[in-house]
Design a protein around this ligand. Sequence first.
Ligand SMILES: [Ca+2]
Length: 221
Amino acid sequence: MKHSKTLAAALAATCALPLALCACGTTPEPSDGDNVVLGDGMKQYVLEAEYTPLAGKIGGAQSGSASGYDLILQSDADGVSNGYFVHNIHMTDCTLEFEFTAERAGTAALYVRLLSQWGDTTFTPQNFGIVLNDKEITYTGLLVQGSSDDAPKFADKIVTQKAEIVKGKNMLKLIVRENTLNSYTHSTGAPAIDCVKIVTDAGITWEPITENLDHVGKIEA
Ligand SMILES: [Ca+2]
């Protein structure tokens, strides 16, 4: 008799658990972005585009030139990570470099946060290369909703669930490839880039170049 009571109590305890566990649901984002998913033991690392090496980099405006710190745009718009993003990189081979260090080797989910000023645009490895540790990531096209620098609508787009992170130094490059997306000049066009997000358990650190922001909006000799 005593035994069955204990069993009943144990059953009651275990049956109570699923009710508590069922409450989890995912809320879809209002934008056309992909939800960043954090698995068990995974952490999200946000690497801001405005904190990558930009001094001396040559980009290109819709028509005309743009370079260096002028590639950084400050924005108070909703959804702009850290209040700044990198734009006007409409130049073949213009490359943003995100160098980071991992405590151990592992895999990562990789997201890029982009906008397109060329209307709804599909970025592919042919027009926008994503290269990790000198290996091309052959991602499926990323459809980015058209918006503008003045009214930016950035969206997180998943590039791969299985980026290969190596122990120690890693280098992620976003490379503008020759294309005809620039509808104004019928030449190379690029997305604007807010940040990249890396979800992994590999233990990542990086050194953001925060002093880039000291130069934004200044005319420099
Ligand atoms: Ca940003």
